[in-house]
Design a protein around this ligand. Structure first.
Ligand code: NBP
Length: 484
């Protein structure tokens, strides 16, 4: 058997097929395999017809067609299917071969798999592949991590097929060891949750609060896309506003308001709790989807729980500009929180990450692509030790210039009874982060009062703990000072 293929891809669902066609376009010879073998024939007779793509009916045949060291990429459902696919190819692997998981795997699975395969003398990459079907076909954002020695084996192929920025930089670069790539992909998806939710809240304010038509909202989103908000998600929102159903009514209003989710936003929110980082906007975005899914309950509640009998009074044009600024400020908070969590994860899991490079990976080829990411990249490039994006001059000046509008929007939303959980939690975070003295002193007093949990004092060095017998009835024995 002639060993002529550069890479094998297992998994011929939407992502696998499109990625293979993309690789073929860039001159790589790909051997395609799928658990349900009939899909190999369908692919070769269909989308792959007339290309250099080779089909393999078995793992053994597939492995025999590969150049050495062999590169085998999985585009299969995340979870157990990845472990099953690993066990299927293992008997045919030899030291130095590289297995790549391009699905949305949880980063802890990728850490485990990297160790497992490295112990067997193999190399493993867990890579985020973003941008959905279109990204996979024409250039995804790619976030590879895993065995460091594996990067030179895939670098040319990955950087060739990935999306490019307008100045030609590939949206693919090595992220870091073991699960770092999949972690960053999870963070990307979670930020996407946040971006989508704040846009939806802006729409709700304009629809429910101001009563604007879809034609007007289409124009507003189009105009916003010519500002700092310039992004794929604002662009498609403008498009969506302009699409009417067969009867001429806006299609978006006929779509059931019950959102789905596949878990990456939830994973990131859970991880943020584990790391102790307040990723409040993204968590609110996840909960907003959960609340939306309670459709039947909400319909019943809407008939029983009255809101305020107030309607908007004021200058609509000025308020729309306030909403734009609230959106921009909240977006800054969302990315700030996302990068706070990535930074904490780097420390926790031992990854050496380049935050400026990560922001550029998302510049094209993915759902959160936006002009804004250049500014994040520039902030980290000029100060790699930047503790928090909010403290970068560019972001500080924007958020300060937006905050009056942002406060007016939240106040008005509360007055009108329009739910804006992500926009308002972003403002609460901003006010908390910039607050020198939070009420946690009282909280610590309460904890010490009822549970002898101890407290630190403002007039003593940190890590010295005190307990007070608040009632005179408690003892002097304090609880341990461990943190969860
Ligand atoms: P799916 O997530 O729908 O997975 C279907 C593929 O997994 C099929 O090829 C199926 O083979 C294979 N598979 C399963 Br299920 N169990 C298997 C097993 N035990 N052993 C071997 N193969 C198995 O495909 P997708 O939507 O193309 O996504 C692929 C990956 O990319 C997923 O991890 C997904 O989360 C990620 N992703 C998807 C998107 C997107 O927009 N869809 C975007 C970014 C990332 P079969 O044909 O024999 O059932």
């Amino acid at each position: 058997m002639e060993q002529k293929a550069d890479i094998a891809v297992i998994g011929l669902a939407v992502m696998g097929q499109n990625l293979i066609l993309n690789m073929n376009d860039h001159g790589f010879t790909v051997v395609a395999h799928n658990r349900t073998v009939a899909k190999v024939d369908d692919f070769l007779a269909g989308p792959a017809k007339g290309t250099n793509i080779i089909g393999a009916k078995s793992i053994e045949e597939m492995m025999g067609l590969l150049k050495r060291p062999r590169r085998i990429m999985f585009m299969v459902k995340a979870g157990n299917p990845v472990d099953a696919a690993i066990e299927q190819v293992l008997p045919f692997c030899e030291p130095g071969d590289c297995i790549i998981d391009g699905g949305n795997s949880h980063f802890t699975d990728t850490i485990r798999r990297t160790r497992y395969l490295e112990e067997k003398g193999l190399l493993f990459i867990g890579t985020g592949v973003s941008g959905g079907e279109e990204g996979a076909r024409h250039g995804p954002s790619m976030m590879p991590g895993g065995s460091v020695k594996a990067w030179p084996l895939v670098k040319d192929l990955f950087t060739a097929i990935a999306a490019k920025t307008p100045d030609g930089i590939s949206c693919c670069d090595w992220v870091g060891a073991d699960g770092a790539g999949h972690y960053v992909k999870m963070a990307h998806n979670a930020i996407e949750y946040g971006d989508m939710q704040i846009i939806c809240e802006a729409y709700q304010l304009m629809r429910q609060g101001l009563g604007l038509s879809h034609a007007v909202m289409h124009d507003i989103f189009k105009q916003w896309n010519r500002t700092e908000l310039d992004s794929y998600l604002i662009e498609i929102t403008a498009d969506i506003m302009a699409v009417n159903d067969e009867d001429g009514a806006p299609l978006v209003e006929k779509i059931l308001d019950a959102a789905g989710q596949k878990g990456t936003g939830k994973w990131f929110s859970i991880n943020s709790l584990d790391l102790g980082i307040p990723v409040t906007l993204i968590a609110e975005a996840v909960y907003a989807r959960s609340l939306s899914a309670l459709k039947d309950e909400r319909v019943a509640a809407s008939r029983m729980l009255a809101g305020p009998a107030v309607s908007f009074e004021g200058d609509i044009e000025e308020f729309v500009e306030d909403i734009r600024k609230a959106l921009l400020a909240s977006k800054i908070i969302s990315y700030t929180q996302g990068f706070m969590c990535i930074r904490e994860a780097a420390g926790e899991y031992g990854w050496d990450l380049d935050y400026g490079s990560i922001a550029l990976l998302w510049r094209e080829g993915c759902i959160i692509r936006s002009v804004f990411l250049e500014k994040i990249s520039a902030a980290y490039r000029s100060n790699p030790q930047l503790v928090n994006l909010l403290l970068d001059d560019y972001f500080t000046s924007i958020i300060i210039s937006c905050q009056e509008s942002w406060r007016r929007v939240i106040a008005k939303a509360v007055e009108l009874g329009v739910p804006v959980p992500a926009l308002s939690s972003a403002l609460a975070f901003y006010d908390g982060y910039r607050c020198e003295k939070l009420p946690a002193n009282l909280l610590q007093a309460q904890r010490d009062y009822f549970g002898a949990h101890t407290y630190e004092r403002t007039d003593r060095p940190r890590k010295e703990f005190f307990h007070t017998n608040w009632t005179g009835r408690g003892g002097d024995v304090a609880s341990g000072t461990y943190e969860v």
